[in-house]
Ligand binder design. Structure first.
Ligand code: ADP
Length: 399
């Protein structure tokens, strides 16, 4: 099947046209500046070609239309007719407690996704806009929603409940949801495949380390804990996000600097994390360059990040009563051998032994632990689009 994968943001929209059987990416690209002016970057991997166009995109509908035009264009297209697209898979950030897996989009499903808007006020409205635009432009093509939160719905109550008055969970749905679920699901399944084992007999810790970062405990193929929480602000310090902190700090700083909660959250989301500690950058490459030149705060930011990932690995090994494999993925996890080594070294006591040579690789699947390491350490590039395409093909194929 040919599946169009859509990831709609408020002013941008990423797409990939994939063959769900061969897993070939036929075309992919990005619409930017939707609602401002409009820019399309379209790539055709088979030709190693990249095209850029300025196209008016007052709304997401024009953006989707420009994607379809690019896909069928005689010069840079990859299909003869839009009818060749069998289905569309949409990334949706928040499915709340309503969705534990991907689903065919119906009116009821749209209503349930809308009901989750208060839980993800920045993301779900953009995802909904993307779905509606596709429905408008593509008519009755079947569409599937794939949720970032769904994989984590298997967490037990003790892992997802905050120690707040229980009615905030009952009435207001305040609980840990977790994000990056599609990525944790993909890499944990790939890890089992790489090890030639059934996921049902493995305890895996998946470290999705990118601009946003989260770690998950995956026991018997199911997420049993994860570091992001009610929002993607929780857990690890990230590029610009603080991760977990003492809630008392908010009151202290807001009072001292006369800030309202919006200003405070802006600092926690945009000015904290490794950027906040270092004062240099949110990008790990810049931090490594600065650290090499002797910048103490850049070094500290890296160390703090690595230390927190290591602590979570220890916590999740304890939570699962052991660990068979640790996986590194996403921008930092796939590319930054220094961070992988710093996180995994010092864990020899629990059976982790790295292979420096094997670890000096980037961006491709590899076992990076020593051959006699009890716990296997794996580098696995994530592929959320493939997961979305696979789910979509499976659901639509069974209609
Ligand atoms: P997002 O969470 O936005 O999807 P990514 O998973 O693409 O982010 O990760 C982006 C981050 O990966 C960059 O900000 C950068 O810190 C890091 N990164 C990318 N390449 C390298 C590299 N070669 N070395 C270290 N870090 C890298």
């Amino acid at each position: 099947m040919k599946i169009l994968v859509i990831n709609a943001g408020s002013s941008s929209l990423k797409y990939q046209l994939m063959d769900s059987v061969s897993h070939d990416v036929l075309a992919k690209g990005l619409c930017e500046r939707i609602g401002i002016d409009g820019r399309l970057t379209h790539k055709v991997p088979a030709k190693d070609a990249k095209y850029e166009f300025n196209i008016a995109m007052p709304t997401h509908s024009e953006a989707i239309q420009s994607v379809l035009d690019a896909l069928v264009s005689p010069e840079h297209g990859v299909i003869a007719d839009v009818k060749e697209i069998d289905a569309v898979g949409h990334r949706v950030v928040h499915g709340g407690e309503a969705f534990a897996q991907s689903v065919l989009i119906t009116d009821d499903v749209m209503k349930a996704i809308e009901d989750c808007i208060p839980l993800a006020p920045l993301h779900n409205p953009a995802n909904i806009t993307g779905i509606r635009a596709c429905q408008k432009v593509m008519g009755n093509v079947p569409m599937v929603a794939v949720f970032d939160t769904a994989f984590h719905q298997t967490m037990p109550e003790k892992a997802y409940l905050y120690a707040l008055p229980y009615e905030y969970y009952e009435n207001d749905k305040v609980r840990r949801y977790g994000f990056h679920g599609t990525s944790h699901r993909y890499v944990s399944a790939r890890a089992a495949a790489m090890l030639g084992r059934d996921a049902k007999e493995l305890k895996i810790i998946t470290c999705h380390l990118g601009n946003g970062s989260s770690v998950s405990a995956v026991d018997c193929g199911k997420s049993v804990d994860t570091s992001m929480g009610f929002t993607p602000l929780a857990g690890l310090p990230m590029g610009t996000r603080s991760g977990d902190l003492d809630a008392g700090i908010l009151e202290y700083l807001m009072t001292k600097y006369d800030m309202d909660i919006k200003e405070m959250l802006n600092i926690l989301n945009k000015k904290s994390g490794v950027l906040g500690i270092s004062g240099v950058s949110s990008d790990f490459r810049d931090l490594e360059d600065a650290a090499k030149e002797g910048n103490h705060r850049a070094e500290l930011a890296l160390e703090s990040f690595q230390y927190n990932v290591k602590k979570l690995i220890g916590a999740y090994a304890a939570a699962m009563g052991g660990v068979d494999a640790i996986v590194f993925t996403a921008g930092v996890g796939e590319n930054d051998m220094g961070t992988r080594m710093a996180v995994a070294s010092g864990l020899e006591f629990m059976g982790v032994k790295m292979d420096a040579q094997a670890n000096s690789t980037r961006g491709k699947e590899a076992v990076i632990s020593a051959s006699d390491s009890k716990v296997k350490v794996l580098l696995i590039p994530t592929d959320e689009e493939l997961m979305i395409a696979t789910d979509t093909a499976e659901i639509v194929g069974s209609l």
